[in-house]
Design a protein around this ligand. Sequence first.
Ligand code: F6P
Length: 336
Amino acid sequence: MKRITLTRFLIDEQYNRKAVPADLRLLIEVVSRSIKAISTTVGKGALAGILGDAGSGNIQGEAQKKLDVIANEILLEANEWGGHLAAMASEEMEGPHAIPHRFPKGEYLLLFDPLDGSSNIDVNTSVGTIFSVLRCPEGVTTPTESAFLQPGTAQVCAGFAVYGPSTVLVLTLGAGVHTFTLDRELGGFVLTQQHVQIPADTQEFAINMSNMRHWEPPMKRYVEEMLAGKTGPLGRDYNMRWIASMVADVFRILTRGGIFMYPRDNKDPSKPGRLRLMYEANPMAMIIEQAGGAASTGRERILDIEPSALHQRVAVILGSKNEVERVVSYHRVVGE
Ligand code: F6P
């Protein structure tokens, strides 16, 4: 089989399909180089002394791991000077990161979760990087938070990497989802699956069951029905998987279907969910929809949410379309 590198794929998208402008192509190439650098760093593990806590907290008040900080620095540094960005925002930083004056500026905004699932680092389980690209609103030269507050439907590109047994990069430019695998010897990403499609039906679910007592009634109902198996109302047995690393759980769903849920709960009423809209929910929702799946909070389509803050949290229910729609219909029954 002819090997198609990420560069070749993007050039083809730029010239033959006119699906990606030159500066967006450059942006994706730079992000993919950062991902390679993060992959190499993650792969060194304890040998490089990079495991454990950084001794600092992020804007969400969560303890930062050393690798959270390193991955954030890699992405910031690599994307500052290329002239393709107007600003960046990271889950690890309070406000937008401006492009230093000495560098040229571009028309895109890059948002990222530098190391998703970082509680898994020290136990040597898959982690990843999630990113989303928006256009900087016209006439804005120094983007502040409000420039980033665009709904998920405005994303021009979304992607994520999983640092697992192999490093994979999942990418959408709004016309399907494609997967690339890092060739560690050659140091480049190679196209390994084109136009990924998620099966509409599934018998596999992913949720942190320890929160069950805090869930709202529609979610309790759905999970109880799945647990009831063949003789229950859904008439079939279900299997459960929870990696506690969204990138790995979503990659599994892209591979063989499934439903991933981090629902709203009443554990901490100040938080309407655990996952972040701008860094996790929106990019993953775009990818899932582009692969034929669905993504909702239970009450509304994730991509339609008008964001109110950079670090806003939302409930996330995504994956195989028919199961996501079932959960949405259970929320509707309660809402009526
Ligand atoms: O913060 C994001 C995250 O680590 C996701 O990657 C993952 O799905 C979830 O949180 C894990 O949550 P919990 O610790 O409740 O299992």
